[in-house]
Design a protein around this ligand. Sequence first.
Ligand code: T46
Length: 143
Amino acid sequence: MSKAKLNPISTIQLIELPKINSDCQGLLTPIYGRSHVPFAINRIYYIYDIPHGSKRGAHAHRDLQQLLIAISGSFEVIVKDGYDEKSFVLNNPAQGLYIPSMIWRELINFTDGTVCLSLASLPFDENDYIRDYNEYLNIIFSR
Ligand code: T46
């Protein structure tokens, strides 16, 4: 298993994405890996049909980097680095939340019809997850 890299909460950023307005017929947002996002995009997935009151996330990734986008609707992302905590509301499809590795995240307060798009730097690997908050803190504080 590779060594976990620590990232402070200040490395989590809202990234403004391009918006192309085609003759007032609607907007288009293209996203390029290593350009609009600071990693090569390996995988995309999206979360939808989210029941009221759902909580997603509640884990950290050892190596994975991500960009989360509210393609429609809105939700809140609570991020923690073991020392500090911050909250972001995502409700704009032309904004993405960049989350580096080793950040604990919880996604809450989804409005009806929300679609959350995730651009990820790596393929799915359950071994990359830390799903226990105490284990996460132990890793952070043992460094
Ligand atoms: C994050 C939020 C936004 C797969 O089989 N393939 C995949 O690519 C993914 C992402 C998940 N899965 C399986 C693994 C679990 O059995 O789907 C189930 C739920 O996955 P996960 O616990 O990752 O789901 P979320 O929505 O709680 O979290 C995911 C991301 O992991 C997380 O980093 O920010 O989406």
